[in-house]
Design a protein around this ligand. Structure first.
Ligand code: SF4
Length: 355
């Protein structure tokens, strides 16, 4: 079954580590974006009725409720089996959560990143651990139990102790799903660019070493597993049955349609991507050319992200043998999967299948 993704790239601030096509834009761009979004959804020839919905891209939890309703009303089908709202801690109100429920939202992903105030402030975010706890309580009070909390390993001033504190807070909240990312250093985020330039803004000199970041990640794997929250994808952990149905579609190569700036789509055969620039999109920028997907190949670098691994075909026999010998892949019955060491260097592993 297929999914639908909608990008709302507007944020209250641009976080230092963020490499999405999101940000703070002029207020008058929003109605133009909104109209384009509804037009794009309405003009789509739907070959399927989506069973999952994901609202992301920026801070959709700030979306004006009337406009959000108009966008969701343009979609075929619903109610969805799973409908996720990405939310910034501190942006939830009883009115909003009640309306989300009414519109069919049944899962919320809170972009917490850290529970430690000095780390949060360095990213440009404004929440506290108490705000996250009250957001979780508010969601539960309105019947939304399916909650994800995001954490990032590698933030400025993060230490072994502060990482344990964030993990303590996550576990205390007893949510069914957690995502743990390792900081991405690239030119698309202000922090990443500063690190690459060897500068000092945004705490670029205070981020933990790559080894420490990997240690923090492994500690999260261990502590979450002890609490019954198992890794099912490199960055995603859940209690049994609480996996994200929408995100699983990406890794299982199932179709999804994306709407909004920078949204990606895959119809089971073709892949395409909308223009990245928010203004260009709002003003009618057309998507990039479609690319025919090579599903047999893609499963080696998309499907292998899953802990269950993949059943290999008859390609890459030599690469698989080498990676197994190097301790980065292992056989599990007739499937191959990343080892714990392979997970930490997964991009290098995937590279072997791209050449
Ligand atoms: S991390 Fe989230 S809230 Fe911050 S700028 Fe990126 S999309 Fe917006």
């Amino acid at each position: 079954m297929a999914g639908v993704y909608i990008s709302y790239p507007f944020c209250a601030q641009k976080c230092s580590y963020c490499n999405f096509a999101s940000g703070v834009f002029p207020k008058d761009l929003e109605p133009v974006y909104q109209k384009r979004l509804v037009d794009e959804i309405r003009s789509t020839e739907w070959k399927f009725t989506p069973e999952t919905l994901y609202l992301g891209g920026g801070t959709p939890s700030l979306w004006n409720l009337g406009e959000l309703e108009a966008v969701l009303g343009a979609l075929p089908g619903g109610p969805w089996r799973e409908a996720t709202m990405e939310a910034a801690p501190g942006s939830l109100t009883a009115e909003r959560v009640k309306a989300w429920r009414r519109l069919g939202i049944n899962r919320v992903s809170l972009g917490v990143q850290s529970f430690v105030e000095r780390e949060i402030r360095r990213t440009g975010r404004k929440h506290t651990a108490a705000i996250v706890a009250s957001d979780v309580a508010l969601l539960r009070a309105h019947g939304i139990e399916s909650i994800n909390l995001d954490l990032i390993s590698g933030l400025a001033e993060q230490t072994r102790e502060s990482w344990e504190e964030s993990l303590d807070c996550v576990l205390r909240l007893e949510v069914p799903h957690v995502s743990v990312y390792i900081l991405e250093v690239d030119e698309d985020s202000r922090l990443g660019a500063e690190v690459l330039l060897n500068g000092q803004r945004y705490g670029a000199r205070d981020i933990p070493s790559e080894d420490q970041q990997a240690d923090f990640y492994e500690r999260a794997v261990e502590r979450l597993a002890e609490a019954g929250i198992a890794r099912y994808e490199i960055s995603n952990f859940s209690r049994p049955g609480a996996e994200s149905l929408h995100n699983l579609k990406y890794w299982k190569l199932e179709p999804y349609l994306g709407f909004g700036a920078d949204a990606h789509s895959f119809d089971g055969k073709w892949r395409w991507q909308n223009v990245e620039d928010v203004k260009d999109y709002a003003l009618g920028g057309v998507p990039q050319q479609r690319i025919l997907a090579d599903i047999e190949n893609e499963k080696y670098w998309v499907g292998l992200r899953l802990s269950e691994g993949i059943r290999p075909g008859d390609r890459f026999e030599q690469e698989i043998t080498n990676l197994v010998q190097d301790g980065l892949l292992e056989w599990h019955g007739d499937r191959i999967r990343l080892t714990s060491r392979g997970v930490l260097v997964s991009n290098d592993v995937f590279q072997e299948f791209l050449g």
